[in-house]
Design a protein around this ligand. Structure first.
Ligand code: HEC
Length: 139
């Protein structure tokens, strides 16, 4: 009975914190962890707070403009946003209001690659990508 109550409590805590990665995405996260561990043997796990900070960090990116990930996805990821370059609308990035987000590994990899180049003019490291995904999945 005690175990049952504990399991319920854990399930509740999980819900309160937002979604978790599906199996496909968890496989990608595990691969990023292995990559991060190769780059830094002291690596333990990705970090929500570092991801949150990275997402808001401004850099002189594409077209020499000072932008961050928030420039195209807003600070509140549950809202519709606008691509600052194409002016096309972007549906919310938060899985809590847009459940298809962070479910398709190929899609996620493609956009992380492009979007890191937009903002930081380079690809993201395994650590950066993992951190930002830990942040995004809980939105
Ligand atoms: C110049 C505008 C722009 C910037 C800046 C930008 N994004 Fe995006 N992002 C997009 C567009 C466009 C898409 C694809 C359209 C869509 O999915 O609605 C996208 C999609 C994504 C996706 C795919 C989510 C999914 O599963 O559907 C992720 C993850 C993402 N962006 C993360 C980031 C991160 C992290 C940064 C900062 C390094 C960033 N974005 C900066 C425009 C941008």
């Amino acid at each position: 009975m005690k175990t049952f109550i504990l399991a319920l409590a854990l399930a509740g805590a999980n819900l309160a914190q937002g979604a978790d990665f599906n199996q496909q995405m968890q496989g990608y996260i595990d691969a990023l962890k292995r990559e991060a561990k190769v780059a830094n043997p002291n690596f333990v796990d990705f970090d929500y707070a570092r991801g949150e900070k990275l997402f808001a960090t401004k850099n002189k990116g594409k077209n020499g403009e000072m932008i961050s990930c928030q420039s195209c996805h807003n600070a509140d990821l549950r809202t519709n946003a606008t691509n600052i370059f194409t002016l096309k609308s972007i549906s919310p990035l938060a899985p809590s209001v847009n459940p298809s987000r962070l479910t398709d590994t190929k899609e996620v990899q493609k956009w992380l690659k492009r979007n890191f180049k937009d903002v930081f003019l380079r690809e993201g490291s395994a650590l950066e990508k993992g951190d930002v995904l830990y942040y995004l999945i809980k939105q």
